[in-house]
Ligand binder design. Sequence first.
Ligand code: NI
Length: 204
Amino acid sequence: MVRWKLMIVVAWSLTLGALSGLAMLPGGLGRLFKGPDAGTPVARALVGGPFTLTAHDGKRVSDRDFRGKFMLVYFGFTYCPDVCPAGLQVISAALQQLGPKGEIFAPLFISVDPERDTPADLARYVQSFHPRLVGLTGTAEEIGAVAKAYRVYYKKVKDEKSTIGYTIDHTSLIYIMDPSGNYVTHFTHATPLDQMVDRLRKFL
Ligand code: NI
């Protein structure tokens, strides 16, 4: 009887120990199930980071070149059939509605298809959406590192229907980073235009 009680006490304290151990992980248990909450210090620490990439005009640029502006960061690729165009269209339309005040936002399109997306391809592509949209590409390693920093998933997938033989599955979030480069919040490519305009207006 005494031994049973002891075992129960031991088991219980082990459980508590394990739980408090998990709770001490960044973000605690909640993060494991809900993902980073927008705007919390945890999310700020988890999303984003330094990068140096090649812009669509061939120049090397880093995250530091956008300090003082809110970066709108979107990852995708120029051959993307519908998701990327939808995301870029909503960003462009929102910036158009905000007018000159919207220049505090720096829209960036980072290619997850660096093998195919040359700076020249990106130049043609981004200019078809918005004159201030900056297309960024780089080596496979550079893209891998920035995608990891932004918690972006991307994977090449065989696609027989595609004329180019493959497509790329990718995260389709539009991140807002503050003028110091810290994560603030995010949208998706499916966020309605009026909702995006309202949210962006709050930063003006
Ligand atoms: Ni896409």
